[in-house]
Design a protein around this ligand. Structure first.
Ligand SMILES: *[C@@H]1O[C@H](CO)[C@@H](O)[C@H](O)[C@H]1NC(C)=O
Ligand SMILES: *[C@@H]1O[C@H](CO)[C@@H](O)[C@H](O)[C@H]1NC(C)=O
Length: 379
């Protein structure tokens, strides 16, 4: 009992000093937002470059801040003949208990499909196909930014994405851009039996305005949703969170709150993970435009992603708060200055993988590089 008490006192004092160091923002900011020391997990970043013609890119990190590309820095997966426009943007990956990785991506700016493939080592992909998530519905104008997660209770993969359907939600059309007025939709399927179990697309989240880039963070039995307010007039283009009171469909009790990160820029592609023994969370995103003044006119906007890319990350210490909050009382700490992403990396997702999986992807990439060199020599 005594020993326990001493331990408790110790942990309280380290917590306090950690909080202080995070708040003060000076050197030695460590401990609190970092993953627990006793796990050997790695962080994996999946991303695309340019307009998404080059396929899947992968980088790894020990600490969630400094990401290095895998050997070769190639794209080992360039899906050809998947979708009409055959692009590869907005990748999202999840691993199921049988250790299979499931990947989804945006196949084009105006496609009606989601790209899907599976892999055991993140380098060699199979079962690649385009999923027509709305069937033959001709009202579908686009299918963007699928986010894949796994529900272990129901043994189903859940994909949330954004779409505009002609004639739907037309009362909120005025704030939209290029006639695109999205809501979040979802489907799910049994990973062992996609064809027979895939559900028809249904609305997942409708806050009453144009939203894209949904990302689900599972916290215990519950989940919260991160998303982008896509309204253009007046300009929003900010990232927000919504908690779920019930899981399906998505959040139904969303109240407008301040964005995750304020500042004179537009952001997209939020991607959240748990760290620090699942007590804390990091949310990564890409800043893609800088707004010089009030931001209503095109000339006031500098497009960052034409010059390069700029990533950001915010930290929240106590995830339990996320489940209870409407967002307004959450204190997000901006740790963007610490991030080091591969040059040119456009948005994608960050997930945690075991160190074995990280070793396997590194090894598989190195083998693939050697194979390619041999092929080149033989040609
Ligand atoms: C997972 O599936 C179970 C069973 O269908 C459901 O009750 C639960 O709400 C789901 N969990 C999440 C986080 O969506
Ligand atoms: C954190 O959550 C993940 C995913 O739900 C779980 O697999 C893992 O065991 C948790 N880790 C801790 C330390 O609770």
């Amino acid at each position: 009992m005594v020993a326990k008490l001493v331990l408790l006192a110790l942990s309280v004092s380290t917590q306090v000093s950690n909080i202080l160091s995070v708040r003060s923002g000076v050197g030695g900011i460590r401990g609190n937002y970092e993953r627990e020391r006793d796990t050997t997990d790695k962080f994996l970043l999946c991303y695309f470059i340019h307009n998404g013609q080059d396929g899947l890119h992968i980088a790894l990190s020990d600490d969630g801040f400094k990401f290095d590309t895998i050997p070769g820095d190639h794209s080992f997966f360039k899906p050809e003949a998947i979708g009409e426009q055959q692009l590869f943007r907005d990748p999202s990956i999840v691993q199921t208990p049988d250790r299979t990785f499931h990947l989804v991506w945006t196949t084009g700016w105006t496609d009606r499909t989601i790209g899907y493939a599976t892999s055991k080592n993140l380098v060699n992909w199979e079962n690649a196909r385009a999923l027509a998530v709305f069937g033959k519905d001709v009202r579908v104008r686009n299918v963007w930014a699928p986010d894949i997660s796994y529900n272990s209770t129901s043994n189903r993969l859940v994909v949330v994405w954004s779409s505009t359907l002609t004639g739907q939600f037309s009362e909120t059309m005025a704030s939209s851009e290029n006639g695109l007025n999205h809501r979040l939709y979802y489907t799910s399927w049994d990973p062992g039996n996609l064809d027979n179990t895939i559900q028809p697309a249904a609305v997942f989240f409708d806050p009453g305005f144009n939203v894209i880039d949904g990302n689900l963070l599972q916290i215990g039995e519950r989940q919260v949703l991160f998303f982008k307010d896509e309204r253009r007039w007046p300009p929003m283009k900010t990232l927000h969170m919504a908690r779920s009171s019930i899981e399906y469909p998505g959040p139904t009790d969303w109240k407008s709150g301040p964005p995750l990160i304020a500042g004179p820029f537009w952001a997209e592609g939020p991607s959240a993970i748990l760290v620090n023994s699942n007590q804390s969370a990091l949310v990564y995103f890409e800043k893609y435009a800088e707004v010089k003044s009030s931001g209503d006119d095109e000339e006031n906007i500098a497009w960052i992603n034409q010059l390069g890319t700029q990533w950001g990350v915010v930290f929240v210490k106590d995830v339990a708060k996320l489940q209870k909050s409407t967002g307004s009382d959450i204190h997000w700490i901006d740790l963007s200055k610490r991030l080091k992403m591969p040059p040119g990396a456009r948005h994608g997702q960050i997930i945690r993988i075991t160190h074995q999986a990280a070793e396997e992807v590194t090894k598989a990439a190195a083998i693939e590089v050697t194979l390619r060199k041999t092929e080149e020599l033989e040609l």
